[in-house]
Design a protein around this ligand. Sequence first.
Ligand code: TZP
Ligand code: MG
Length: 250
Amino acid sequence: MLRSFGKACQSQANQNPGKIAEKDKPHLTSALGPSSNAAMSAPFDSILRARLYGIVDLGYVKPEQVVEMTRALCEGGVDILQLRAKRATPAQVETLARAMHPVTRDLGVPLVINDHVEVAAAVGSEGVHVGQDDDSVAKARAVVGQGIFVGKSTHSLAQAEAAQVEGADYIGFGPLYATGTKPDYVPIGLQDITEVHRRVSLPIFCIGGVNAARAPEIIAAGARRVVVVSAFLLASDVRDEVRRLKAMLP
Ligand code: TZP
Ligand code: MG
């Protein structure tokens, strides 16, 4: 059955910015101020429903395998799919995105472009994802417009709160464990997962070293949504692995 990308005003976003402790208040401010966040950056239906986020990472997948991997991940049941190609040029990312998009669209899975906001705008992907060192959420949104959701990587409670104030539609939170997919980052462990859900009302996707063996402890620590990269891309049967992990999520 096809899933839709329907967009709806959501009621969860930033209902209580006062929850943020004074001492932890981020230095980032959106042009419109934190209180306008909920009205201006309502996340989309598809993100609110999403539990399992896959990434086609060109560190693991050859360009000629991208379309088949996209199909396998989507048919297995990922709810969102990102294209991440750290060493590719914008033109190469755009070519890959244009190859993936008909597949993701047919299967009702929102496509997110990592880093390249201009590519997301050109291709008309459903989302774009920025990191701490990339464009701000406001700048990304200025490029892609209001119709494309903007996600942000966060690596601490303070960054997660800042991303919410900044107007992100969802956040990644991690890496939970050390991972070869993002080797330069210190793992943050599981101990802040419950607290980040208390402080941040956006959809939170826990990321970094997530696999089926670890899923029970990650879920027990409070995670409701996860991102899985290498455990899917290196699986002998990608569809089966996606189904297996999805069945474990709450
Ligand atoms: N951001 C934080 S960890 C990570 C990213 C992109 C990589 C996660 O990959 P894996 O293979 O699931 O550990
Ligand atoms: Mg980035």
